[in-house]
Design a binder for this molecule. Structure first.
Ligand code: 5GP
Length: 223
């Protein structure tokens, strides 16, 4: 008998899984390949939302305001901080980056899963305030490989690369803060691993809402 054909479909939420959206905090040291993994995730999980951060860093070639980031002035960013509009913010490599409460609230209201791609400082802030998210960390296969990837990328001078590597080493030490670790050997596989984590999170008993009244009754009655 022939084996069944490989199921290449994207993982879908099953009926038994919770339907409320989950925020996922996602971090990786610079050079780990987070952007490529996110591109794979976008095609694997078309319903997954990506939080668009505010930043004071200038756009890189090809980046679009309102799609990749909201590119704002330092004054505008500082006003956002003063007005309490940011859920978290951090200074990364000389620029400000922050996530607005409005972005997260909209996803929660609409029951959408949200990927909040932020650095380790931001993740620490959210942990500190017991923000109810699932925290995922993407690791390079080794520090050697991280250094080679940064050099191959060719966007930074050697002293900048050393700075990114030193920051990366510190960030990896923060791994215990996260719920899940994914190693990026192959970005397509790393994206599949993350999709599997997301699906499993929807099946946690703590989030489970039984579809049928008779089962819900069993779960809420004392006898
Ligand atoms: P890049 O300038 O390469 O796009 O991002 C630099 C770093 O800033 C990355 O580690 C990225 O995850 C982080 N980052 C992007 N948006 C936010 C944010 O809203 N808050 C925090 N804390 N970090 C962010």
């Amino acid at each position: 008998m022939n084996p069944p054909p490989e199921d290449k479909s994207a993982p879908q939420r099953t009926q038994a899984a919770s339907t409320a959206g989950i925020p996922f905090v996602f971090s990786a040291p610079s050079g780990t390949g987070k952007t490529t993994v996110c591109q794979h995730l976008r095609s694997l999980l078309p319903n997954l939302r990506f939080s668009i951060s505010h930043t004071t860093r200038p756009p890189r070639p090809g980046e679009v305001d309102g799609r990749d980031y909201f590119f704002v002035t330092r004054e505008a960013f500082e006003k956002n901080i003063a007005d309490g509009e940011l859920l978290e913010w951090a200074r990364v490599f000389d620029n400000y980056y922050g996530t607005t409460r409005a972005t997260v609230d909209a996803a929660t209201r609409e029951g959408a899963d949200l990927l909040i791609e932020i650095d380790v400082q931001g993740a620490k802030t959210l942990r500190g305030m017991e923000f109810p998210a699932v925290f995922i960390f993407l690791l390079p296969p080794s520090l050697d490989e991280l250094a080679s990837r940064l050099r191959r990328r060719g966007t930074d001078a050697e002293d900048k690369i050393e700075m990114r590597l030193a920051t990366g080493r510190e960030e990896i030490r923060a791994l215990p803060l996260y719920d899940y670790a994914v190693v990026n050997v192959d970005p397509a596989q790393a994206a599949r691993d993350i999709a599997a984590i997301m699906q499993a999170e929807h099946h946690r008993t703590g989030r489970f809402s039984a579809p049928a009244e008779d089962i819900r009754g069993l779960l809420t009655s004392d006898d």
